[in-house]
Ligand binder design. Sequence first.
Ligand code: AMP
Length: 282
Amino acid sequence: MQILKTVRELRARAEKARRSGEIVGLVPTMGFFHDGHLSLMQRARAECGLVVVSLFVNPTQFGPGEDLAAYPRDFERDCTLAAAEGVDVMFAPETAELYADNHATFVKVERLTANLCGASRPGHFRGVATVVAKLLNVCSPHRAYFGLKDYQQVRVIETMIRDLDFDVRLVRCPIVREPDGLAMSSRNSYLSPEERRAATILRRSLVAAAQRIEQGERDGDVVGRQLRDAIEAEPLARVDYAEVVDADSLAPLGRIDRTALLAVAVHIGRARLIDNLVVEIG
Ligand code: AMP
């Protein structure tokens, strides 16, 4: 596996692959890999000739007071894991390589970012969209792989790709979970053993709310309240949001008459965890 640090090197490597007819796949990450990340790499490996993983803890998507400095990092381990998945290129730039001191250009995707994590983390998706736009421009992949754990991020990037005419296909990848249902996340490493047990409330409350819909409940506010109450029954959990939204527009769904997204963000200890569940209406 090649480790590249500069935009110039990655551009040259990806262009060479494209010219020789290879499909180029990009997996953007912030590192500290778990099986969720590895599942994206496996999918890319199965579908592409050149697999590029980017590892960059992007400062512009963290707000003041968030965990940028504390974000878990283990570059050596990440390289070992990525190499074992057959990744061809690890792109790991320094911050100054992607952001000049006088960096002035940002991508803002409107509407989709108005609620959920967009509301609790102002500026977050502006940072995400900007860094992904940059990575797509540098790497020019045919395919880019994103996990549905970050469902709103998927919708934001899909919309950016469409609106700005990026020539890339976003591949949605399913959420990888621990055996007890907790969605894998680099931030799970913040949890004490007791908090780790409490964190199963996210998945359990989502499944219970989905069952309520499957049993015929169609009032989005009722289901949303049930979701929130179920999480708040766990003393270590503090709800950031618990919502029922349209799975495409992410607008609140008062009446559940089309595909719904149940989405939650919950503080447990010093971790802020997110999870979601898509419920199809038959
Ligand atoms: P991150 O390093 O947290 O920015 O995540 C990099 C990519 O991995 C994103 O597309 C995430 O959605 C995806 N990802 C993170 N956790 C999971 C998971 N548990 N299952 C599937 N994909 C995930």
